[in-house]
Design a protein around this ligand. Sequence first.
Ligand SMILES: *Cc1c(COP(=O)(O)O)cnc(C)c1O
Length: 349
Amino acid sequence: MSTATLTIDLDAIAANWRALDRLTGPEVQTAAVVKADAYGLGVTRVARALAQAGARRFFVAYAEEGAAVRQALGPGPQIAVLSGHMAGDTEMIFDLDLTPMLNSLDQITRHLESLPGHPFGVQLDTGMNRLGVEMLEWQAVAPILVDAGPELLMSHLACADEPDHPLNEAQLRAFHAMTDGTGLPRSLAATGGILLGPRYHFDLTRPGVGLYGGLPHAAAHPVVTLSLPVIQTREVEVGEAVGYGCTWIADKPSIIATVSGGYADGLPRTLSNKAQLWDGDTPCPLVGRVSMDLITVDITHLPEVPRFLDILGPHQGVDALAEFGGTIGYEILTGLGSRYARRHQEGAA
Ligand SMILES: *Cc1c(COP(=O)(O)O)cnc(C)c1O
C-alpha cells in the first residue's frame, strides 16, 4: 500500500471534550464544533464519538455540513449553522432541523419570513468584524427578535489565544452590553475563550480545535498519527543533491528514504528542509523540498530501513509540525488531504 494512513483516536477526542467540559461550571453546556469535516478528521465518526461522550449541540459552518452531521446523528441533537440562513438553504434547514445562527438583518428577515417558528440563534459582532449583527442594527431589531425566542445569542473572540490582548475584555464588555437583560442563553467562548476563565463562559461553550488536540488546549490528548510509507531508499555521496531545486546537498555519505505524501496531501512546502519525521522515538530530518506527492528524509542514522515514518504522532503534534512550516495547527489539521486512508480508533482505553 502506497497511500499514507491517518489514524484518529476517537477516545482521545472524547477525553478532550470531557476535559474542556470540566473546565466550566456544571450549569455551562459544552457544545462541539465539527465544521470542515470535523477539522479534517471525518465528521461522521467524530460527531458520533462526541455525541457518545455527551455533546448535545454541534456547530458547523455551512448547511451542507449540517446535513452530514444530521445523517450521522439522527434526530435529537441540535445542529447550529454558523453561516446562518443563506439564500437557497431554507429547505435544508427545515428538512434536517438545522438551527441557523443569523448574521445580518437580511438573514433575520429571510428566516422569519420563510420559516416562522423554526428555531434560530443570532450571532452578534462584538469587535471581530467578520460575522454577526452589529451594535446599532441589534439595538433596532432586538426588541422584536427577543420576542421571537432565539435559542442562543452568540459572538466570537478574535484574540482568545492571547490572554492579555485588550480586545478580549473589550469584546466581553460589548457582549454584555448587547445581551444583558435579555434572559436568553448566551455563548462567547471557543477553545481559547474557555481557557480565559469563567467570565467568558456564559451558558454554552463552543470548542473546536481543543477537541482535536490543538493549541491553545495545551493539555489536550494527542489525536492524530500520520504514517507515511517508505517507497524506496538510496545512498547519496558527498556533494550529491536531493529533490527539486537541489536545495539539500549531502555533506557526508547518506541514506535517503523517499516517502509517500506531499503538498497535495496537506503537507506544506514550507516544511522543506525544516520538519522532522519519526521512526518510533527517533527523529529523522526532512531533507530537500516537499514535492506534490513525495518527501525525502535522511535516515542515515537508523539501524534498519523502516516501513513507514510518522510526520504526526505522539512526538510531533499538529502545532509542532505547523511551527516548522510557519503556520498554525488548525491549518495542518484541516488541510489533511483526501488521499489518506482514515482509520478511526475507538475503545482502546
Ligand atoms: C471555528 C469556530 C469555533 C471553534 O473555534 P476553536 O478555536 O477551534 O475552538 C467556535 N465558534 C465559531 C464562531 C467558530 O467560527
